[in-house]
Write a protein that binds this ligand. Sequence first.
Ligand code: GLP
Length: 242
Amino acid sequence: MEVVVVPTAEDAAVLVADAYQALLTATPTAVLGLATGSTPLPLYRELIRRHREEGLSFREARGFLLDEYVGLPPGHPESYRQFIRAELERHVDFAPDAIVGPGDAGRDPLAAGPAYEEAIRAAGGIDLQILGIGADGHLAFNMPMSSLSSRTRVKTLTPRTRQDNARFFGGDVDLVPTHCLTQGLATILDSRHAILLGFGRGKAQAVREAVEGPLSARWPASVLQLHPHATIVVDEDAASQL
Ligand code: GLP
């Protein structure tokens, strides 16, 4: 595990965009693992800028989302599929259908997990997985006490997560889905390179537990200690407890 401390999220975006550029230059058909949440947004903006100004191309690349709500109608603005469409996909040159999420792997959510794992395998595995981190150390929707050997599956969203996300649903917690599909922690470990981003003091404890704490389901991001090529890129606030 390598830890890189940078002054700001914008500095992190430049550093990590360099890794995307190197990968896509060497391997235009690279398979990208895409995350939602506010954390990767500066990175996505930098990738869009490089596409527009420097010709960075995603034309032959493929993308797999980390997670998705269960039960939102297709095209719902708060689905993670729509989030990626709005924040990255429609600004660059991905081929149609090059990006898929676990919700696209069939109508039956219970069958979708294994089908999604198979789709990732058939694509040759994920070359570069970008990750945010929850303040409680969660990765994707693998909340504390998720199995370290978990694979893509349906999970029940905790009342806390539904409350936290109600702001995206007009403040009405009843509109927040009750379930999600998420890559498991073992799915994330299979990626060839995982880059975890963390910004702000609110993430400092989770970053410390992930990097220095014991490997524990209590802090799911600590599973990255087992990853053969994990890079943690944090700003000074998120690094303040290291
Ligand atoms: C959600 C997502 C995670 C994300 C986390 C942190 O729970 N499922 O993938 O890492 O939120 O969000 P943010 O980046 O907005 O802090």
